[in-house]
Design a protein. Structure first.
Length: 276
C-alpha cells in the first residue's frame, strides 16, 4: 500500500504555515501520498461552499515541488442528498484540479456529510437523487478521473451497493472509474453495532479506490492510528489479503503535535518511509 497523509489534519498548522511547507514535512515523516482536502488547502483555494475554487497555479507549484509524491483531491460535494450538475463550474474546476495534482492517475474523492433515516439494505432504499452519482462518474470518466465517494451516514455495504447500481447505468468503459473510499472507523461511530471490517472484506477489490485509517477510543477521536475501537492491524491485513495496492491515508485529527502523531501512525502499521 501507498501510505499517506491528508491536509485536513493540518488545520492548526495552516494558520501559520503555507501548505507547501506542511507537505514537505509530511514527506519527511514518511508520507508517500498526500490527499489535498478542500477547506484545508491554504493558499491553494479560494471561497467557501458553492463558491469554493482551487487555485491552479498554487497547486501546480506544490506538485512540481514534490515529483516523488502522489496526490489526490478531496472535496465536500453533496452528491447523495441533492441534485449535482456534472457540468457545473465547481465540479468542472474540481476535475481540472484533480487532473493537475494527480498527474497520470487523477482521482477526485467527494464527501457528502448528509445523514439518512436508515441504512440502505436494498436498491429500492437508495434515494433517486443519490443515483445522480452515475452522471458525475460518467463525466469524471470522460475526463479520465477516478471518482470515489465517502459518506459516514451509510455503512460500507450500502455504499458498495450504490456503486453497483450506479455502475449499471454506465458504459462498461466508465464503470471502473467509480468507487469508494471506505472508512471503517466512521462507520463504527455511526453504527456501533455493525462490523465494518467484515463489510470492507466483502467489497470487491475494484470498488476500493482509496482507504482512510483512523482510530477512536470509546467513540472519541484518537490522535494516532493505534489500538482502540477498531482493529486497524486487522483492517490492514484484510486489505493486503484482498490484494489492495492503493493509497492508505492516515486521517488523524488536527493536533499541535500532528506530525509526531503521523510518524507514530506509520510506525504502528509498519509503514516506513520506503513503503511496503
Amino acid at each position: 500500500m501507498l501510505y499517506g497523509a491528508i491536509s485536513n489534519s493540518w488545520r492548526e498548522q495552516l494558520a501559520s504555515k503555507r501548505l507547501i511547507e506542511l507537505v514537505e514535512e509530511a514527506q519527511r515523516r514518511g508520507a508517500r501520498h498526500v490527499e489535498l482536502r478542500q477547506t484545508c488547502l491554504g493558499e491553494c483555494e479560494t471561497g467557501q461552499g458553492d463558491d469554493w475554487r482551487p487555485v491552479m497555479a498554487q497547486l501546480k507549484a506544490i506538485v512540481d515541488r514534490f515529483p516523488s509524491l502522489t496526490f489526490d483531491l478531496a472535496m465536500a460535494w453533496p452528491c447523495l442528498s441533492r441534485p449535482a450538475d456534472p457540468m457545473g463550474a465547481q465540479f468542472q474546476a474540481a476535475l481540472a484540479a484533480a487532473k493537475l495534482v494527480g498527474r497520470t492517475n487523477p482521482h477526485l474523492r467527494v464527501v457528502d456529510s448528509a445523514k439518512f433515516d436508515a441504512a440502505w439494505e436494498k436498491p429500492q432504499d437508495i434515494p433517486a437523487v443519490a443515483m445522480g452519482v452515475a452522471d458525475l462518474a460518467r463525466e469524471a470518466a470522460r475526463q479520465g478521473v477516478i471518482f470515489s465517494m465517502e459518506n459516514s451516514g451509510q455503512p460500507i455495504r450500502s455504499m458498495a451497493m450504490l456503486v453497483k447500481e450506479a455502475r449499471s447505468r454506465l458504459a462498461s468503459s466508465a464503470r471502473p472509474y467509480l468507487g469508494l473510499c471506505p472508512d471503517p472507523t466512521n462507520q463504527l461511530r455511526s453504527f456501533p453495532q455493525s462490523n465494518p471490517l467484515a463489510e470492507l472484506d466483502a467489497v470487491p477489490l475494484d470498488i476500493i479506490k482509496l482507504v482512510h485509517f483512523k482510530q477512536a477510543r470509546a467513540g472519541k477521536p484518537h490522535p494516532t492510528v493505534d489500538t482502540g475501537d477498531l482493529d486497524c492491524i486487522k483492517m490492514q491485513e484484510i486489505l493486503e489479503t484482498k490484494g489492495y495496492r492503493g493509497v492508505a491515508i492516515m486521517e488523524i485529527p488536527p493536533h499541535s503535535d500532528v506530525f509526531n502523531n503521523l510518524t507514530a501512525s506509520f510506525r504502528f502499521l509498519g509503514a516506513a518511509a520506503a513503503g511496503d
